[in-house]
Every structure is written in structure tokens, then in C-alpha cells.
Ligand binder design. Sequence first.
Ligand code: ATP
Ligand code: MG
Ligand code: MG
Length: 426
Amino acid sequence: MSSQKTLGILGGGQLGRLLLSASQNLLIPTLILDPSPTCPASQLLPSPSQHIVKPFTDAAAIMELAERGADVLTVEIEHVDVGALRGVMERYDGLEGRRKVEVHPDPGTIEVIQDKYKQKVFLRDAGCALGEFVEIPSGQKEEDAVKEATEGLGLPLMLKAKRLAYDGRGNYLLRSSEPSAISTALSALRGGTQKDLEIYAEKFVPFKAELAVMVVRSTTGQVKSYPCVETVQRDNICHLVWAPYPDSSAGDRARDVAEKAVAALGGAGIFGVEMFLLEDGSVLLNEIAPRPHNSGHYTLSIAPGASQFENHLRAVLGLPLGSTEIGEGCTAMINLVGSSSSSTSNAGSDSTSTTSNTLATPSLDTALSSQTTRALQTPGASVYLYGKAECRKGRKMGHVNVSGPSRGEVEGRVKFILGEASDATQ
Ligand code: ATP
Ligand code: MG
Ligand code: MG
């Protein structure tokens, strides 16, 4: 199936790469905007002319995507210049013989989401269930405002940067209301460089599990959601995803919460909705991503459903949405996150490696090389490497999806891949 429209993607990281891969299956001509000449998506492009090597925060570069023929712009990251996206829509408005360029998701939605505090206020006003939170006005009285927040919301208290946060960078768990602890927290959040960083505080949610649901809405208004999954974070970074969440009644409630939250936001595309499940069974929203999401990578290995990447493309191009059914059994996703900051050339040098079962992946650190080597030996597992040139601590270098007939069986396979069991059946 081919589309007449050309797609422009802001960002060429792993999500851009996986979107591009899906667009190639549908024969959708695609342009990438990313400042790195060797970004993960660029490696899949048939021609370098499809890559604009400029920042996706640069208004002129965003306009260039439209000038070079993109009919639909979409994003792999929400930290983009929303004004520039609106500028494209104004210049290419389809009126009086002018070309029309669409932007999905809606810039207004991206604007709400890219400021976590604004997002929380918006969702609360829309009637969504959220934990308590308060703004921390910056300036001289900031430390007093944090102290007041600890009195109102208790300890520990989650302090969060309003903008540019990901993988927990921008979060700080404050455990004491002593002035020295507050001042340490504020300096840690600012990292010495971001003097104007604005923050807010969230009440700590003692969750039983973290859940996530991908919801997709087409330009035609068609809406579908994938089943609820459990996400497990390690050091604030998504480590594992289990699909589906085994308690189907909690999963259905989460799906309902996610669909209602996305209904409050405008625009087409896929949305990743992160939630907390509490001991009493209630579900609170954490945050929403207006794009494909790490918790939806498992959808690359579901049958008979379409992946989150394919469904995002179908949604923004106005094509019929694919199935979101995930079939029988269980699928887990393991993130391959760098544990050391060095770029090494000793891929596959661990004891489980041989030349025949090792991928040539020079940028993976030793631990990740071992995990990919074991994944290649595991039934039901598929490996996705992103092609990042340098491995750094906390950097997502790839992921492994592993499926099996039951949760127990998949748990054994995951333990083996992580090096916690000596064979996949333990
Ligand atoms: P992402 O990479 O998902 O965008 P992020 O940097 O935006 O992450 P959050 O999702 O806000 O960060 O938080 C990261 C993790 O920190 C959550 O998945 C959860 O484990 C924990 N967390 C966040 N907020 C709270 C809270 N209010 N109470 C308890 N834990 C929390
Ligand atoms: Mg986030
Ligand atoms: Mg998050």
C-alpha cells in the first residue's frame, strides 16, 4: 500500500528510526530532521538527501521540511519548537491554491505536554485522576515554597523540572525538609548550568505497579487503544515492560483512564499514557507522551496487531488504523540501557560469546553485548539495536522483545537474557 503523502519526522533517534522502518514498509516517502549526521534514523535512509542535518528546535529547519515536500509533519520527541510548527501550518494552509501541510500531533497538544506542570493542570481541569501537585514559584522564596510543599504534600516529595525532562532526568526525590536538603535538591536539579529551570512538586505516589496504555487517534477520528502493560523502572529509566498486565480488571480501568485523558487532548497520532496503580485498585495518571513510547515497543512483536509505529503513521496519514489486538501469551520488552560510559570495541567478548552467535555491535558495552548474545539464543526473542555510535551510562542503545505462551515462561527467558539464570527455562 502506498501513500501519496510525504512524511517529515522531527527527530531521528530510536523512535524516528522505528517510525521510518514502518514508513518504509508502507512505501511512504519520508524526510528526517535531526542534527546528527549519523543519527539512528539516518542509517536506514536510502538517500542522504532525505536527511536535513539541522536541529529539530530550529524554526527555519522545520520550515525546510515543508519546503522540501513534506505534506505531514510528525515528531518523535515533544521538545520541539511549537511556534515553528504553527508557522508551517500558517504558511501552508491549503487556502487560495497554496499547498497544505498538516502537523500531527496538534502543536497545541505538544505545547501542553512539553511543560509537565501545564500538562497536570490541563488534565486535572479535564477531570482526570491525578496525584496532588503544587507549583514552586522560582525566585528568592523558592526554598520556602519547597518547605511549604513538604508540609502540604508530605515526605518524600517528588520535585520535577517542568520542561525538557526524560528518563527521570529532571526528577529529584526530596527526603527531608531541612534547609540543607532542599538546597541540595535545587542545585542537583539545576546541575549548575540551568539557572532558569522552573520546577513543581508532586506528592509521592506509593504505587503497587506502574501501568501504561498506548492510545491512537486518526485524523479521521477513529480511536483504538492497546491492552494495558506493566512498566518497571530502574534508576527512573524504563527497564522492563510486561504485556498484557495480568489483572485484566485493573488493566481495563487503566485503559479507560488513558482513553479519557487522550480524548481531552486534541490532534491525531499515538499517545503513550503512563499511570500508577494503587493498592486500593485506583488508577492515577502520571504523564502522557504525544508520540510512540518505550512502553509500546513490545507491539513490534505482537500478532495479529499492527505496531505502535505503524499505527502512528496510519493515524497521521488518515489511513484506517490497524489492529491493536496482542494475541495469546505474554510479551516482555527489555531495554538495553548502557551501564558504562565508554565506547568499547569488546562486543561479544564475554564468556557466552562465540563468533557464530554474536552480533557485530562495536558500540555496545560488555553487559549489553552479553544480553544481546543471550537474546539471540532465546526462543521467541527479537533484538532491535538503534545504531547509536557511543554507549553511555543510562543511554537506551536498543531493546529486546521476548514472547512466549505464558508469563512464567517469558519470565524465565527474561532472566536468562539479563544473565540472572543460566538457561531460559529456570
Ligand atoms: P519518561 O522517560 O517516562 O518521560 P520522565 O523523566 O518524564 O520519564 P516521570 O515519568 O515523571 O519522568 O518519572 C520517572 C519515574 O519516577 C516514574 O516512572 C516513576 O517510577 C517515578 N515517579 C514519578 N513521579 C512519581 C510520583 N509522584 N510518585 C512516585 N514515583 C514517581
Ligand atoms: Mg516524561
Ligand atoms: Mg515518565
